[in-house]
Design a protein around this ligand. Structure first.
Ligand code: NAD
Length: 389
C-alpha cells in the first residue's frame, strides 16, 4: 500500500527538520526511517543549536545552502512563503522547545511530525493542542514503538476481545546500558536528560515512561482514571530520578502497572508488555519484536510471528518482508513515517485523512502523556498518594 502513496501525489513529500543534527542522538534514526519508503525528500532544516553543526549536517545531507537556516522561526516563515516550501517538518530537538517550534510551523500552515514527550508541561501541551485544532494541520507524535507489526497485532487481538475481559496491563521500559545506568563523573558532561533544570527531576517519565504509557492506551484503547507513583534516584551522583514505579486504576476494575528505569543494570533496551484478560494473555518484548506470545486458557501457547498471513490489512502492510527476516526498530520507526505519509497525501489529494490518523500517535496521546507525568510528580511528592488523571 505504501508504494501507491507517491503516484497519488505525483511527487515526494517535502520534509524539513528542526534538530536532529549530527550532534544529536535521534536524528540519524529519523533519516533512516523517512527514507525507507521513499515518500519524503529532505529539502530544508535548522538542524542544530550550533550553527556550524547545522550547516555541516545540511551540507552532508545535500540540502541546498539557502535552505539551511540558523533559526527555526526564520525557517517556518521562509519555507511557508516558497511555492516549493516544505509540506511537513519533523521536530527532533530536546522537548523543552517542542511547543514553540511546533507552533511556529503550525501557524505557518505546515504539518508537524514531533518527537516525544510532547512538551515540558501540561499547560504547554494543552496550548499546543489548541493550536493544532485551530490550525487544522496534521500532527503526528513519534511514539515509534507503536510501529511494530506485532504491537499493532496485539492491539487488534485486544480490541477484538480475544483476551476476554481485561484484568491487568503491565508495561516496562527499564533500560540499564552503561550510558544510562551510570552517571558521568563530570556534571558538565551530562546530557540534558540527566539535568533536573531541563525537563525536571521526572525526565525519565518523558524519555522512556511516555513510550510505555502510550503503548498501554494504543493497544487497549483505554486511559486510566488515577495513578499512584513512587520515584527513586539510584545511581550515584545523579540529580534526576532514574527509576519510577506507577500503579494505575482503570474503569471496571482493570489495573495497570508501569516501570520506567535507567538502572535495570544489564537490561539492553527493556521495553515489554504483558496484558491479561480472563480468557487469554499476551506478551511482547522489543528485543524479540517479531514475536507476540498469545496464551489462551484452553489451548497451548501460540507464538505469533510478524509477516505471517491472517492479520488485518493494517498489520500486514506494517511488515515489508515475509516471516524469517527480522525487521526490527528501524522499520517500526519507518512505519510511523509511512502511515504519516498516507495521511499527509490523503489530506493533500482531498481524500480525507481522519481514519488514517487513527492508526498514529497524535496530539491527544501527547497531552495524555504529559498529564500522566504531572500526576505522577504530584503523587510522588505525597509518597504515592493516588492522583486523578
Ligand atoms: N522516539 C525515540 O525512540 C526517541 C529516542 C531518543 C530521543 N527521542 C526524543 O527525541 C528528541 C531529541 O532527543 P535527542 O536525544 O536526539 O537530543 P539531543 O540533545 O541529542 O539532540 C537534540 C538536537 O536538537 C538540536 N537543537 C537544540 N536546540 C535547537 C534549536 N533551537 N534549533 C535547532 N536545533 C536545535 C541539537 O543541536 C541537537 O542536534 C527528544 O524529544 C527525545 O525525547 C526519541
Amino acid at each position: 500500500m505504501y508504494s501507491t502513496i507517491l503516484t497519488k501525489l505525483g511527487r515526494r513529500l517535502r520534509l524539513g527538520m528542526v534538530g536532529g543534527g549530527f550532534d544529536s542522538v535521534i536524528g540519524e534514526t529519523h533519516r533512516i526511517a523517512y527514507q525507507t519508503d521513499g515518500c519524503y525528500e529532505l529539502v530544508a532544516g535548522a538542524f542544530s543549536i550550533d550553527q556550524e553543526i547545522s550547516r555541516a549536517t545540511g551540507a552532508g545531507l545535500l540540502v541546498s545552502p539557502d535552505r539551511i537556516y540558523d533559526d527555526y522561526r526564520d525557517m517556518a516563515r521562509r519555507e511557508a512563503a516558497r511555492t516549493d516550501g516544505i509540506d511537513v517538518v519533523v521536530i527532533a530537538t530536546p522537548p523543552q522547545i517542542h511547543k514553540d517550534v511546533a507552533m511556529a510551523f503550525l501557524n505557518a500552515g505546515i504539518d508537524v511530525i514531533c518527537e516525544k514527550p510532547l512538551t515540558k508541561t501540561v499547560a504547554e501541551a494543552e496550548e499546543l493542542a489548541a493550536c493544532v485544532a485551530s490550525s487544522g494541520r496534521l500532527f503526528v507524535l513519534t511514539h515509534c514503538y507503536s510501529g511494530f507489526p506485532m504491537v499493532r497485532h496485539a492491539r487488534d487481538l485486544v480490541r477484538s476481545g480475544a483476551l476476554g475481559r481485561l484484568r491487568m496491563i503491565e508495561v516496562e521500559f527499564a533500560g540499564g546500558a552503561p550510558g544510562v545506568s551510570v552517571e558521568v563523573e563530570d556534571p558538565a558532561q551530562r546530557h540534558w536528560r540527566f539535568r533536573a533544570a531541563s525537563m525536571g527531576k521526572e525526565a525519565v517519565l518523558g524519555e522512556v515512561g511516555s513510550h510505555a504509557y502510550h503503548l498501554m492506551s494504543y493497544i487497549t484503547g483505554m486511559l486510566p482514571q488515577r495513578l499512584s507513583a513512587r520515584m527513586q534516584t539510584l545511581a550515584a551522583r545523579r540529580e534526576v530520578y532514574d527509576n519510577a514505579y506507577l500503579d494505575f486504576d482503570y474503569k471496571e476494575g482493570v489495573v495497570g502497572r508501569l516501570w520506567a528505569s535507567y538502572v535495570a543494570t544489564g537490561s539492553q533496551h527493556g521495553l515489554s508488555f504483558r496484558i491479561y484478560g480472563d480468557q487469554a494473555s499476551i506478551e511482547w518484548r522489543e528485543e524479540n519484536a517479531e514475536y507476540l506470545h498469545f496464551r489462551p486458557l484452553q489451548t497451548p501457547e501460540m507464538i505469533l510471528r510478524s509477516g505471517q498471513d491472517g492479520t488485518s490489512d493494517f498489520v500486514a502492510r506494517s511488515s515489508r518482508f515475509r516471516p524469517g527476516h527480522p525487521e526490527g526498530y528501524p522499520l517500526a520507526f519507518a512505519n510511523i513515517y509511512a502511515e504519516a505519509a498516507l495521511a499527509l497525501v490523503a489530506a493533500r489529494t482531498g481524500t480525507g485523512s481522519s481514519d488514517l490518523m487513527g492508526n498514529l500517535p497524535t496530539i491527544a496521546d501527547g497531552v495524555a502523556g504529559m498529564r500522566m507525568i504531572a500526576a505522577a510528580t504530584a503523587s510522588n511528592q505525597k509518597d504515592g498518594d493516588w492522583q486523578p488523571l
